[in-house]
Structures are given as structure tokens and as C-alpha cells.
Design a protein around this ligand. Structure first.
Ligand SMILES: [Zn+2]
Length: 89
């Protein structure tokens, strides 16, 4: 399934359901963006327009450079949190 990247709005990002549908695994084609995993709650938060997407794109890129993948979720305080995880096979 293709969609707009949740972080940089580039069309053509590939989206795969993961974690029993609780997360989406995104592969963004834009230079400077990349691969990340995001929870449904975090997607909703981004659609509402609160979080700083530019910072998140930067974190995604840095994680990818270290061959990690950024996992974006909502913390218990309601703010977005990011965790670097190992790439999933
Ligand atoms: Zn992107």
C-alpha cells in the first residue's frame, strides 16, 4: 500500500502493517527521510498537527544512518516518544 509519508508528506511511501495492526512500518522514498515504525496513536497525533515533523524526519534519518529504525509512539504523558530499534527482517 502506498501513501503520503506521515512525516514529510512525500507521496509514494510504502506502508506495511506490523505489530498486529497497532503499528505501521513506513518506507519513505524521500532523500533525507527513511524507514520508520509508527503507532496508530502517533499517526493520529501527527494528523492533529502538534509534533515537530522536521525534528522527527531528522531522527529517522540519523537512526537509519546507524542502521537502526526509529519507532515513534505516544508516551504515557501524551507526547510523542521515539525509540531506536533494530531493523526488522
Ligand atoms: Zn518521509
Amino acid at each position: 500500500m502506498e501513501l503520503k509519508c506521515f512525516l514529510c508528506n512525500t507521496v509514494g511511501a510504502v506502508c506495511e502493517s506490523a505489530d498486529h495492526g497497532n503499528r505501521q512500518r513506513i518506507t519513505c522514498v524521500a532523500p533525507g527521510c527513511g524507514n520508520y515504525v509508527i503507532t496508530s496513536g502517533a499517526i493520529q497525533r501527527l494528523e492533529e498537527g502538534g509534533p515537530n515533523k522536521e525534528v522527527l524526519v531528522e531522527l529517522v534519518r540519523l537512526a537509519n544512518e546507524r542502521t537502526g529504525v526509529l519507532d515513534i509512539s505516544v508516551a504515557s504523558d501524551g507526547l510523542l516518544q521515539t525509540t531506536e530499534i533494530l531493523p526488522m527482517a
